[in-house]
Design a protein around this ligand. Sequence first.
Ligand SMILES: [Zn+2]
Length: 218
Amino acid sequence: MLVFHYTGMETCETALQRLCDPRAEVSAHLLIDEDGTAYRLVENGKRAWHAGASYWRGEADINSASIGIELVNPGHEFGYRVFPDAQIDTLIALSLALISQYDIPATGVVGHSDVAPGRKSDPGELFPWENLASCGIGLWPDLAVNDGEEHGTPWESLTRIGYASPGDPHCGGDLLNSETAISDVISAFQTRFTPQNRSGILDDQTQSAISAVARAFS
Ligand SMILES: [Zn+2]
């Protein structure tokens, strides 16, 4: 898998310091500054501590199954902003090389919020998923296409895409906050696939997007 993050810190220097501090107990394989400079922090073959408690498509040990890439961005806490082209160009080049080297399926390219709904909100609604998918990184289905067929309930579809299922300990449900699990998972889906609508509510637009995405991920 490939897991994308933002650093959520004010500068690249502070992020580098933290990611290289053993006491912080957080690490990632790669860090990409806003000017496109990439830093190799952990060898690809080694396990980094970037995902934490997380779940995706049956995998509950994401750190053992993934490469983590951090993008410098202040994040929602310090002034979330657009990821510059130079940064995304480097991300695209590195991701394509990793996908080819490790044969990473498109369904295994995720954001941190996908694998840890409610707990994490990075890389956030400004992350250019559609642009990446057009380069062969991850999936971006045509959400306008609806074949009108029923494909199970929205929750079955969300589980088929890969999200943890509230109340089901076999599908990552134990990672979710029991009070807010349902809206957390819906918000995680919306952040990625309908970023203009992050209500956390299963409205018609969201249901239709869920079934389109589930078809692409099946
Ligand atoms: Zn993260």
